[in-house]
Write a protein that binds this ligand. Sequence first.
Ligand code: AP5
Ligand code: MG
Length: 209
Amino acid sequence: MKLIFLGPPGAGKGTLAVRAVDVVKVPHISTGNIFRAAIAARSELGLKVKAIIDAGKLVDDETTIALVRERLAQDDAENGYILDGFPRTIPQAEALAGFSAVDKVVNFDLPDAVVLERLGGRRTCRNCGANFHILFGKPKQDGVCDSCGGELYIRDDDREQAIAKRLEVYREQTAPLIDYYRKKGLLVDVDAGPAPDAVLENFRKSLKL
Ligand code: AP5
Ligand code: MG
C-alpha cells in the first residue's frame, strides 16, 4: 500500500506512522527524519539544509524530489510506503505522480490550538528520532529515549518563531494539496485529535484495514 500522510506540522504524522507500519507492513519514509539525520551526520546535504529547516522554511523542490525518488527506488519500498512530510508543494506532488502511483492520502484533521500544544511540548531523540511529549507521551525516564536510551532534545524548529513560520508555510504551500488530492478521489480524512491509540483506530477504520 502506498500512502501519503498529509497535515500541519505537529499533527502527529510521525507518531501515527511509527504505529501504522505494523498494520500496513511498509516502510515509514519521513523527509524530515532524513534531513535531520543528514544534519546530524554533517553531510553535504545536511550542511545545505540546516539553516533552512531551523528557520521553518521548505527545502527546495529539486533537492527534495531527488531524495524521495532515490529512496522509493530502494528494495524495501517496492510494495509500498508511508510517505510522511512529502509531498509538501504542488510541484512535489506532480513530480511524485511521475514516478509512483499512490493509493491513498491520509489527511490529518486537527485544530491549530492542538497543533501548537503538541509542538510546544515535543521532545525528540537525538539518536533514533523517536518523538515524545512532556504531557501526552512522557518517556519513562525524563530526557531519555524509551526505544534506544538516546538523549531527548527540543528541535530547533520547535522554537516559537520557527513554529509560526512552519504554520504559515503549511497554509500557503502545503494545504492546497488537500483539494488537489480530494479532486483526484484519493483523500481520506482522519480525526487526529484523540490520543495516539485512538488515532490509529481512526486510521484503520478510515482505510478499512
Ligand atoms: P518534518 O519533520 O516533516 O516536520 P513537520 O511537518 O513540521 O512535522 P512534525 O515532524 O513537526 O510533526 P508530526 O506531524 O510528525 O508530529 P509528531 O508525530 O512529531 O519536516 C521538518 C522540516 O524539514 C520542514 O520544516 C522542512 O524544512 C523540511 N522538509 C521536510 N519535508 C520536506 C519537503 N517535502 N519539502 C521541503 N522541505 C521539507 O507529533 C508532534 C508532538 O505531538 C509529539 O510530541 C508527539 O508526542 C505528540 N503527539 C502526536 N500524536 C499525538 C496524539 N494523538 N495525542 C497527543 N499527543 C500527540
Ligand atoms: Mg514528523
